[in-house]
Design a protein around this ligand. Structure first.
Ligand SMILES: NC(=O)c1ccc[n+]([C@@H]2O[C@H](COP(=O)([O-])OP(=O)(O)OC[C@H]3O[C@@H](n4cnc5c(N)ncnc54)[C@H](OP(=O)(O)O)[C@@H]3O)[C@@H](O)[C@H]2O)c1
Length: 258
């Protein structure tokens, strides 16, 4: 049984991954910025009382991340898997229109938060002798460029570079580092994107072809993570082959995610 810590696991993919780890018999520390778990998370924790723990953690603050490790290590003794999942979006717009507050939230959460999480987990995992760190990719992790999203994409491009570099730096230790690529999911990240009033029809059309529920992606990720023994692993949900088949069959198979 593994002990798992997931940043940003109060909802969306982080929450669904936590649920899958619980189903697999793991212990899970859930976390988010709130002082206490929300109602949905509270209900899940009621069902898995002995396997769950909540720690308030704002990944933008390194002390808060250190506290997440310390409290989790106190509770579970050892942390086997640490996932830097917390991430934020911003309103799609040309970069010259983007408010400074979004530049700060995207960089502080998606880049600095992920770096602080990786520093903290790798330092302690080296001390404890082993462990796995996973970072969550997104648009920009590959070379795809989409106008009006370049701030977010820059953060995920940086995440990918950093994570591969970290895997290299830790290659002579028993700490493994990997990347998760979740594709497009119907979560608050998309559905409650800041300053977006409604999803336009063309976006919905593409999303219904390529998008998925976070539950589906979590079910795919967790068994693979639990089996992983490789350093620099890359688990990809929405592969090029899957994209090709989804588009090819879209006239015949109507998917409704949104
Ligand atoms: N949805 C997609 O299509 C998609 C696609 C590719 C990649 N991703 C990536 O997948 C990850 C999860 O996204 P999601 O779609 O599940 O998003 P989501 O539903 O919006 O959930 C985001 C999670 O991050 C937490 N969070 C936000 N800021 C935080 C902070 N400063 N400190 C700690 N936690 C924070 C939130 O918790 P609180 O609000 O409770 O703090 C929440 O649990 C992100 O890294 C995102 O970039 C998403």
């Amino acid at each position: 049984m593994k002990n798992v810590v997931i940043t940003g696991s109060t909802r969306g993919l982080g929450f669904c991954m936590g649920k899958e780890f619980l189903n697999a018999g793991c212990n899970v520390t859930f976390s988010g910025r709130g002082e206490a778990p929300n109602e949905n998370l509270k209900s899940l924790m009621e069902l898995y009382k002995d396997q769950t723990f909540y720690v308030q953690c704002d990944v933008r603050k390194i002390d808060s991340i250190e506290n997440l490790w310390n409290e989790s290590a106190k509770k579970w003794k050892k942390i086997d898997i640490w996932i830097n999942n917390a991430g934020v979006n911003y309103p799609d717009d040309y970069i010259y229109n983007v408010n400074q507050k979004y530049v700060e939230s995207v960089i502080d959460t998606n880049i600095k938060g992920m770096i602080y999480g990786s520093q903290t987990a790798s330092k302690h995992m080296i001390e404890q002798g082993e462990g796995q760190i996973w970072n969550m990719e997104g648009l920009g992790s590959n070379k795809m460029m989409v106008v009006k999203t370049i701030l977010y994409a820059t953060s995920k491009h940086a995440l990918t570079y950093f994570t591969r570099g970290l895997a290299k730096e830790l290659s002579n230790t028993n700490v493994k580092v990997g990347r998760l690529s979740p594709g497009m999911m119907a979560t608050d990240f998309i559905l409650n994107q800041p300053e977006r009033s409604a999803l336009d029809e063309s976006f919905k059309k593409i999303f219904n072809i390529l998008g998925d529920k976070p539950e589906t992606v979590a079910k795919f990720f967790i068994p693979k993570m639990l089996k992983n023994t490789q350093n620099d692993a890359h688990i990809v949900w929405l592969t090029t082959t899957k994209i090709f088949f989804r588009f090819s069959f879209s006239p015949f198979i109507k998917r409704k995610v949104l």
